[in-house]
Design a protein around this ligand. Structure first.
Ligand code: NAD
Ligand code: 6OD
Length: 485
């Protein structure tokens, strides 16, 4: 049985303490055991991070740090097959997805923030003074300190490195707590850190659960200077309570209940393809995913038929098979949650156009967490299926008659992460995008990323923005140095 250990101060440690099992969502078999980090181990990790911060990492020059970041990216590339296998073992996602999205983005995150650090413009201001000599102000960027990085399971390497890369680039040290469901790639990254010469204590990994366990030991720790978290909005609330102690800064990327808006003048095939991708990619487990679709009435029926046909065409199965296009949910527990919404949809009177249950698969997958891609119509906007984040491969499609109506319905949610708008009228696209209360509005696209742009959510979808210079703002303490001449 594979044993996954914690990584503290440059070494994998054996704790002989509590362990928990990693169950494959493909087969239901236990594929690994994970050593849970208790409070003492979390304390050691934070102490190691703190010592590394003041001892050397914050003193490295930008070029020393960026050279190491580039080496990390290269090493992830060199070992990409191991990273892909690790991601598949934890999540069951298709090889085609892990190899084109998760792992390349893991490497790209390090390159992007290495590049950004080298290009950050210097901000200076000259100030007039009564004696006529003046003063020069220079803005400097000091690392914020020890950063707790708390991650979810849906895109484990991508989302973790999206935080770790800018944190390290800015001279911070990190203690990462991956999700208990996806411990493998953070652990593999520890090997990469050692291989490329990242000094001990700069990158630490503690495994375990969240509430009253590893996650909370970390967020409550007074030695943690800031917390960056990706996960559910409710968890964000719990973490924020702990962050309040000591007034620690937070950056939160939280849940979504994202609306797609399809106008009758769209490129029809591109819109169907785009909404299908936004609904079913990663088995619907993407925070940016579309679970509410509003389609202008003249193309509504045709759109529903085409989307349902796309849903039915997705093929579950062996993650390594080239024709597999959809994986399982992360766990049986999560499938219970998603199935409870399938039941609610039925009870609330939905018409189901595709899916709605569990697929028939070979016997060896019987204990996995498989579920059918599902498309509904006919629900009232008050249904929990339309109001709450499901995080599964499913969406509800409703018709609309005017731009104002589409905007009002899209905005009728406490979430505000992302939207995708499908139209060939550029003026309308701009108008609508500006009126939807979200952090990210895509037009004729979805999940098209430029890592220099601000990423985050409005409402209960997040606090703050990361990406490009916005990451630097979170991961550094800006200091103005005013020199009187
Ligand atoms: P989750 O909130 O249950 O868990 C995320 C992480 O937080 C895990 O590592 C977990 O162990 C830890 N955790 C849980 N409770 C904690 C506590 N009290 N203190 C400290 N740590 C705690 O989320 P999940 O189920 O892993 O991921 C799915 C959710 O993440 C969805 O809501 C999804 O929308 C959201 N998400 C958001 C984004 C984004 O960018 N906005 C990206 C990916 C996922
Ligand atoms: O692309 C990113 O940087 C990002 N944070 C994506 C989030 C996806 C949510 O599941």
């Amino acid at each position: 049985m594979k044993l996954i250990r914690n990584f503290v101060n440059g070494e994998f440690v054996t704790t002989h303490g509590a362990r928990f099992a990693k169950v494959s969502p493909v087969t239901g078999e236990i594929v690994a055991e994970i050593e849970s980090a208790d409070e003492a181990l979390v304390n050691s990790a934070v102490s190691a991070a703190s010592a590394a911060l003041s001892g050397y990492w914050s003193l490295f020059s930008v070029s020393q740090r960026t050279a190491l970041l580039q080496a990390i990216a290269a090493e992830i590339g060199r070992r990409s097959k191991e990273f892909i296998d690790a991601e598949i073992a934890d999540t069951g996602k298709p090889y085609a997805l892990a190899s084109t999205l998760d792992v390349p983005r893991g490497a790209a995150n390090f390159l992007a923030f290495s590049d950004l650090m080298q290009r950050t413009p210097q901000e200076t201001w000259t100030t007039e003074t009564p004696d006529g000599r003046g003063a020069i102000n220079t803005v400097t960027y000091a690392p914020k300190g020890v950063i707790a990085v708390i991650c979810p399971w849906n895109l484990p390497l991508l989302l973790m490195t999206w935080k770790v890369a800018p944190a390290l680039a800015c001279g911070n040290t990190v203690v990462v707590k991956p999700s208990e469901e996806s411990p493998s790639t953070a652990t593999l990254l520890a090997e990469v850190m050692n291989a490329v010469g990242i000094p001990p204590g700069v990158y630490n990994v503690v495994h375990g659960h969240g509430p009253k366990a590893t996650g909370e030991f970390l967020t409550q720790h007074p030695g943690v200077d800031a917390i960056t978290f990706t996960g559910e909005s409710k968890t964000g609330e719990a973490i924020m309570k702990n962050a309040a102690e000591g007034l620690r800064d937070v950056s939160f990327e939280l849940g979504g209940k994202n609306a797609g808006i399809v106008f009758a003048d769209c490129d029809f095939d591109a819109a169907v393809e785009g909404i299908a991708r936004a609904t079913f990619l990663n088995c619907g487990q993407v925070c940016l995913g579309t679970e509410r679709v509003y389609v202008e009435r003249p193309i509504f029926e045709r759109f529903v038929t085409a989307l349902a046909s796309k849903a039915r065409s997705l093929k579950p199965g062996d993650p390594y098979a080239s024709d597999t296009t959809i994986g399982p949910l992360i766990s049986r527990e999560h499938r219970e949650k998603v199935l409870s919404y399938f039941a609610k949809a039925k009870a609330d009177g939905a018409t189901c156009h595709a899916g709605g249950g569990i697929p028939s698969l070979p016997e060896n997958y019987a204990n996995g967490a498989w579920i059918e891609p599902t498309v509904w119509t006919g629900l009232p906007e008050t249904s929990a299926v339309i109001r709450e984040e499901i995080f599964g491969p499913c969406c509800h499609v409703a018709p609309f008659d005017s731009e104002d109506e589409a905007i009002a319905r899209a905005n009728d949610s406490p979430y505000g992460l992302a939207t995708s708008i499908w139209t060939q009228d550029v003026s309308r696209a701009n108008r609508v995008a500006r009126r939807i209360r979200v952090g990210i509005a895509w037009v004729n696209s979805w999940f098209l990323r430029d890592l220099r742009t601000p990423f985050g959510g409005a409402g209960i979808s997040g606090i703050g923005r990361e990406g490009g210079s916005h990451s630097l703002a979170f991961y550094t303490e800006m200091r103005n140095v005013c020199v009187k001449l």
